[in-house]
Design a protein around this ligand. Sequence first.
Ligand SMILES: Cc1ncc(COP(=O)(O)O)c(C=O)c1O
Length: 459
Amino acid sequence: MPYRTIIEPFRIHSVQSIDLTTEEQRTEALERAGYNLFGLHADEVIIDLLTDSGTGAMSSEQWAGMMRGDESYAGSRSFYRFEEVVKQITGFSEVIPTHQGRAAERILFSVMVDEGDIVPNNTHFDTTRANVEYRGGAAVDLVIEEGRDPGTVLPFKGNMDVAALRATIEEAGADRVPLVMVTVTNNSGGGQPVSMENLRAVRAVCDEFELPLFLDACRFAENAWFIKQREEGYADRAPRDIAREMFSLADGCTMSAKKDGLSNIGGFLAMNDRTLADEARNLLILTEGFPTYGGLAGYDLEAVATGLQEVLEEDYLRYRIRSTAYLAEKISAAGVPIVQPPGGHAVYIDAAAMLPHIPPHEYPAQALAVELFRTGGVRGVEIGTVMFGKPDPDGGPDEPAAMELVRLAIPRRTYTQSHIDYVAEVVIDVAADAEEIRGYRMVEQAPWLRHFTARFEGV
Ligand SMILES: Cc1ncc(COP(=O)(O)O)c(C=O)c1O
């Protein structure tokens, strides 16, 4: 198109109204929820950027597909359509549907990881880490050094540190490393992409030690778009083709279809190893369901099959990545410190830089997330010491996380440019009074994934 404005490549067909809550209502809601934004009622939120997972709008083709869903318990038509689409996109021969990404993780690690094993990843997502640790394994994050520094601008900050990967395998012994994982894009490290060159280098190390490589493929299409934009030799390749090359370097993948499946629920585990897949299917039957539905309705399988095709359309990916960058540019131009360059699905505010007066054990990113909600009804999520810090067994301060971020994740095809302009205004307003913001202490926490249910009090 000859014009600069990249428009939403869709028009709105059905709408949901938003309650415009007052600051007083939101302050009461925060007290009730123990200052944990997961405890809010969604109706108390004006713009919900808690997650891009399962929160997007589906297309009329997806809704139409849902009407065609075949709900047969075994061998449903919808499963075979789903299986065919996943095979075409990934090239993997074994396709196991699951209700979401973490179910695929739990099954994969149950068949591969034993007590004392080590699983390297660029950065484990929280559920991935928890599922490795639940099996008695150690989840080791090996993203490149620059990937831990919010200010450094690099095209592929999600890359794995290949030298560190080799050193980790040599030190542990290859027999203690059941698999290597790479997360595309690297959600917990700022939604940063991984280059094809890096995937190839990781593959070479895996080959050297005869280890399987699995992708955490939740945002495979966004990663493919970044490769097209930023890596030499890919500008003229279709996203589908690039995605296929990414998958061809791996032995399997876990997938949450709530992201690049453009669906509200769903996921899968896919691989080439038939024996391993059969073991996984036996576990699937125990907790998820029969292998041709895996915890999903036939209509969900239809929605995911269509979503996986739509997500690879160039107009969609161009709009998607550009609209995230738009929010990043707006707040960054006003002096708000963010992870640079912006990721594919989210903008990450650097709370450690914005609130240097709050130490990590008083949770600066949690404090900022609370203020964004109180001030403007914008709900983001803390990705810092609440999520990834380690509690001290003797009751001392937590061991801090590597970064203190507030992630503003953009649901797919859901908010318009004026919603995003409003978010930028709220962020800039809160940043102007940053020195007034105070920290929190955690007064209740669960042993696993504490960020979902913890309660806080102001310091
Ligand atoms: C990189 C990554 N892996 C795994 C998951 C888990 O997927 P699900 O929420 O569908 O269980 C997520 C979800 O946000 C994710 O971002």
